[in-house]
Design a protein around this ligand. Structure first.
Ligand SMILES: C[S@@+](CC[C@H](N)C(=O)[O-])C[C@H]1O[C@@H](n2cnc3c(N)ncnc32)[C@H](O)[C@@H]1O
Length: 302
């Protein structure tokens, strides 16, 4: 679906499915958020949900064409082979987010390239001096405002949506520098140019005086080539600009960034539920010492 048509929930001033529709164009990399959303929704409606993200189902149902996307994906080859992977990754990042919140009283959670993911609704993060920022490019942020409820803030917590590219604008200057920060980049890094990755991470390291953590997934070269080949079958190929086999490189190149945890797919909750062939491929990669080519899930501190 190159165009997501969303229900105009503001028409008539109320939220109803029987309302005028508004089109919001998702192009290029923005379309990738639909895939992760669909697979989280499929996990949610499965017999044995791993993540159990009811918000994914709700959000998808508010996108015109969302039900068709779900129906097409259900039982497809991608669903059977790798459909659980987005839920596995989201579950890990949710747990890293919850851990960070448990260990820091006042804090900012910066969710970059948030897409239509409901982490701010799934994880308990609220409290005094807590700020959550969901950021994505303006086209996506606009759709997000239309189809997702913001979390109800309590206990002095604040929630914001920032409509900006991570590589442009003054969004970072608007975030208080004086609190510890958790930066979550799920499914984002591989789409950025190498120079932008280093500029972004460097600016984050410099901005937050109290330090914090950065969690991200590094898409390895093997997986990046598979994604690129798969996307080239559609209208426009989505370039994987920053495949990364060795996540240690970021901490080597960026002073002050320390790699704390690195996990691979076989380490994730839900791995045993993947089909035998898929598990064998990841295990073989591990045995051959090339797990990074498939991708890794990384937690840094600074
Ligand atoms: C694979 S989706 C992941 C979305 C979400 N994190 C999830 O897991 O469902 C990639 C997201 O990165 C966003 N993105 C890509 N380049 C970006 C940029 N330069 N600035 C902000 N967001 C960007 C896209 O719009 C999209 O929402």
């Amino acid at each position: 679906m190159s165009q997501a048509v969303i229900m105009d929930r503001e028409a008539d001033g109320k939220d109803s499915n029987a309302q005028a529709k508004r089109e919001a164009g998702f192009t290029g990399v923005q379309r990738t958020l639909l895939a992760t959303l669909v697979f989280r929704a499929l996990d949610n409606i499965s017999d044995r949900p791993l993540l159990g993200d009811a918000f994914a189902s709700q959000t998808l149902s508010r996108i015109d064409g969302g039900d068709e996307l779900l129906a097409t994906a259900k039982g497809s080859f991608a669903d059977r082979v790798s459909g659980l992977l987005p839920a596995m990754r989201a579950k890990l990042f949710d747990s890293w987010t919850a851990d960070f919140c448990a260990n820091h009283q006042g804090a900012t959670i910066l969710h970059l390239g948030c897409g239509l993911d409901a982490r701010s609704l799934r994880v308990r993060w609220q409290g005094e001096d807590r700020l959550w920022v969901d950021l994505d490019v303006p086209e996506v942020a606009e759709v997000r405002k239309q189809v997702m409820e913001p979390p109800e803030t309590e206990d002095g917590a604040e929630y914001r949506i920032e409509a900006s590219s991570v590589t442009e604008g003054d969004w970072l200057a608007k975030i208080p520098p004086s609190r510890p920060v958790l930066v979550v980049m799920e499914g984002l890094l591989v789409y950025l140019a190498e120079e932008d990755v280093y500029n972004l991470l460097g600016a984050i390291l410099q901005h937050f005086q109290q330090g914090g953590e950065i969690v991200l997934d590094a898409t390895g070269t093997f997986l990046a080539r598979c994604f690129e080949a798969a996307s080239s079958r559609f209208d426009e190929a989505i370039p994987m600009r920053f495949p990364l086999d060795d996540a240690q490189i970021l901490s080597t190149k960026l002073k002050g960034l320390k790699l704390e945890t690195i996990l691979y797919t076989p380490d994730l909750d839900g791995f045993s539920r993947l089909p035998f062939g898929m598990r064998s491929m990841f295990k073989l990669g591990q045995w051959a010492g090339v797990s990074g080519k498939f991708g890794s899930f990384v937690r840094y501190s600074f």
